[in-house]
Design a protein around this ligand. Sequence first.
Ligand code: ATP
Ligand code: MG
Length: 391
Amino acid sequence: MGEMESRCAVVHYAEIGLKGRNRPFFERTLARNIVRRLDEVGIERVERLSGRMIVYAERPLDLMTWRGALGTVFGIAHFAPAFQVERDLEAVREVVLAHLPSDPVASFRIRASRDDKTFPLTSPQIERELGAAVQERTGWPVRLKGAELVIGVEVLRDRIVVSVGRYPGPGGLPVGVSGRVGLLLSGGIDSPVAGYLALKRGCRVIPIHFHSRPFGNWMGSEARAREIVRAMNAYGMEPYLYVVPIGRQQREITVRTPVAYRVILYRRLMVRVAERLTRREKGKALFTGESLGQVASQTLDSLAVIEQAVEMPVLRPLIGMDKKEIVDIAERIGTFALSQMEGDDCCQFLMPSRVVTHPRLERVLEAEESTDMDRLVEEALAQATRVEVGP
Ligand code: ATP
Ligand code: MG
């Protein structure tokens, strides 16, 4: 399509799971998310058709801008920049021919659909006419299934919209259709990926970061978490995070409990505080970046003891993933490099040399009694602040 700019784009969404009354809600949410994502360039309106939408920008946008924006909006199956034409087949033919790729393609097809059935030609007739014109010009073969190039023709009441080519969206469900969740966001590689997967399934994600203030390089830790949240805003993450200093509480745990149980106790402190903050925001579950067996605190026994501390479901979308699979996603979504920023991990800080891999709940409960865990939770909560990061 060369360097051509276009005012509109046709967006297709996956229809799976779209039953009855959920459908308008799904579509409204998707339309709102698209508008929000393209806010900087300005969206004039979104026209909802069946199974697809047409997005009209305030000014022409280049392909990179369309791809950069629509490629990150969950719920989009695929999309294509498009051109508006009057309702005249001759005019449509001209636009199609003018926007064909300069390099030959292995096969192509025209896919016409009529939102307005008063148009004198049927969809198959439009497809045949335009297909013949493209073939005459290029000699490219037509292939109805699996064509390399798809040319879309949307017949509307007052215009025709022509798209050339098709680009993959990120799939998933529009952020917001599945409700709210809290994300335990460290500065590591894993938890941003867990947040990405929560967003992908339509959750609104509220990031919660714990650091070791007043000890260690907590400023680096907070800055790193902020940058990660900022980067993930493109995928629909909220533009703020909760920051909770737990250095003093960690120190108390260190002084008063068996060394091997520290990490488990830090984690139980974190999930409790996170549950309270999430509930405040009407969230219904916690997400973490834990993966089975990755480290000592991620055995089945440890995971069970951690989630025993809270009532909310603790969801772990990375549970069955290898490190390499997680790293691949982190690189693709741009958080991997940010996770390398300097800053202490509040759990490495005061990290014991010995970590229990099969914690026993009775011992955990005993240790919590000797530290007055309830008070530690309240103290940490009282220090929690909401930090805006902006887009
Ligand atoms: P990550 O890469 O996400 O830090 P990890 O492999 O380093 O994960 P752990 O350090 O055991 O694993 O942390 C397990 C999970 O606990 C993290 O994925 C995250 O969800 C949560 N968590 C750990 N530290 C923090 C923190 N400082 N703030 C918020 N959540 C945390
Ligand atoms: Mg970590």
